[in-house]
Every structure is written in structure tokens, then in C-alpha cells.
Design a protein around this ligand. Structure first.
Ligand SMILES: N[C@@H](CCC(=O)N[C@@H](CS)C(=O)NCC(=O)O)C(=O)O
Length: 208
């Protein structure tokens, strides 16, 4: 099995953390999806990472589907609980966390444009999604150490990946001052080898 990633990608990191948590052996191939000759060209029609290539050549993407696929292998720990209520809660939180990452990506891409070509209204729109997304994650977590009574899983993985991605690409947004519960969660989980070994690393962004 081969997982094509980019070092900064929070979506790829979700898949990497799931692999490490489950102890699944998988080759990691680092690509830059923004380059014309990227390793995902011709494999993933969207040209995005993460992309998982199975031993029989079958291709699985995007990150949500990859984590679902890994879950079907039946290896512990369970990251997406089977019971419908907790399952939807984990998927809902993943959607919010990924949505925050989408807004951070769009902010970074807009920021890479020449100053006179940037849209302030667009940047404000994305910033609102980040602020309100973090506030919602904080509200959903409350004073607990996991989002649901099923404990550590997809929701916590997606959340930590999103928070680290904010720090990486959008450090001017100080989420820690507004989300004490998330600070606690992030502090507890960051020490796990699956997170400490997959922190986002820089990559060249396109000049669009
Ligand atoms: N919804 C996708 C998002 C993946 C994504 O946007 N990946 C970015 C890197 S962080 C990418 O490959 N971008 C290249 C492009 O959009 O052409 C997922 O969850 O996997």
C-alpha cells in the first residue's frame, strides 16, 4: 500500500495519523501536488493529496474515504465508531475541521497573490469560517477530553490536524486565546507519536 502525501497537508496528515494509530505498514510518498509532474497526476483525477494506492493498484481518495477504508481493515483502535450517533458526531466534527483547513488553504493561496490582486472580502469570508469553525469545535468539546463517549478517534484526529494547520499557515489567528478546551485536547494529543511525527512541514506554494 502506498500513501501519496504532501508534507504540509492536514488532509494527508489525517490519513497518516490513522495509519500510525492502527500500526498499518504503508509506504509514504511525498509529492508536491502543485507541480505539473506531481506523483498524483494521472492517478487522482483531482490531482490532490492524499491519495492511497492499494497493492492491487486500486486508488482511494480523498482523506475522508481513505480513513473509512483503513477502518474497514478491522484493526484497532476503532477511529470511526459503529454506533450511528457517535459515528455521525465524528464525521460532523471532521467536516468542520476539514472546512477550517479549506478556509486556511484559500487564505494562504490568496495571500500568495500580489497585494493589489488580493480580495479583502474573500480573505474576510475565509477568516470568518476559521473563527466560527474553531468556536463550534470548542462548543462541541466543552470541558471533556474527547468529543464523544467513544473516546479518541476521527474527530480528535481531524481537530488536532486543523489546529496545527492554523498554526502553520495562519499564525496570526490566535485560536488558543479563544478555545481553552481545544488547548487542553491539543496539548494531550500532540505528544502521541502519530501526531509528533507528522507535524506540517513547509512546501512551496504556487504563485497564482
Ligand atoms: N477534500 C480533500 C482535500 C485535499 C486537498 O485539497 N489537498 C491539497 C493539499 S493540502 C491539494 O492536493 N491541492 C492541490 C490542488 O488543489 O490542485 C481531502 O480531504 O483529501
Amino acid at each position: 500500500m502506498k500513501l501519496i502525501i504532501a508534507n504540509p497537508s492536514p488532509y494527508a496528515r489525517k490519513a497518516r495519523v490513522a495509519l500510525l494509530e492502527k500500526g498499518i505498514d504503508c509506504d509514504i510518498v511525498v509529492a508536491n501536488p502543485w507541480l505539473p509532474k506531481t506523483a498524483v497526476a494521472g492517478i487522482n483525477p483531482l490531482g490532490k493529496v492524499p491519495t492511497l494506492v492499494l497493492d492491487d493498484g486500486a486508488v482511494v481518495h480523498d482523506s475522508k474515504v481513505i480513513v473509512e477504508y483503513l477502518e474497514t481493515l478491522g484493526l484497532p483502535p476503532v477511529l470511526i465508531p459503529a454506533d450511528p450517533q457517535n459515528r455521525i458526531a465524528h464525521k460532523q466534527i471532521e467536516a468542520i475541521a476539514d472546512g477550517i483547513c479549506d478556509a486556511v488553504v484559500l487564505t494562504a493561496l490568496e495571500g500568495a497573490r500580489a497585494t493589489d490582486k488580493r480580495s479583502v472580502a474573500w480573505l474576510e469570508r475565509q477568516s470568518k469560517k476559521i473563527v466560527e469553525g474553531v468556536a463550534e469545535l470548542e462548543r462541541l468539546l466543552g470541558a471533556r477530553d474527547s468529543f464523544t463517549d467513544s473516546g479518541f478517534g476521527l474527530a480528535e484526529i481531524a481537530t488536532v490536524c486543523a489546529l496545527d494547520y492554523i498554526d502553520f499557515r495562519f499564525p496570526q489567528y490566535h485560536w488558543r486565546t479563544r478555545a481553552p478546551g481545544l488547548v487542553q485536547l491539543h496539548g494531550n494529543l500532540s505528544q502521541r507519536p502519530s501526531f509528533s511525527g507528522t507535524k506540517p512541514q513547509p512546501q512551496v506554494l504556487p504563485g497564482l
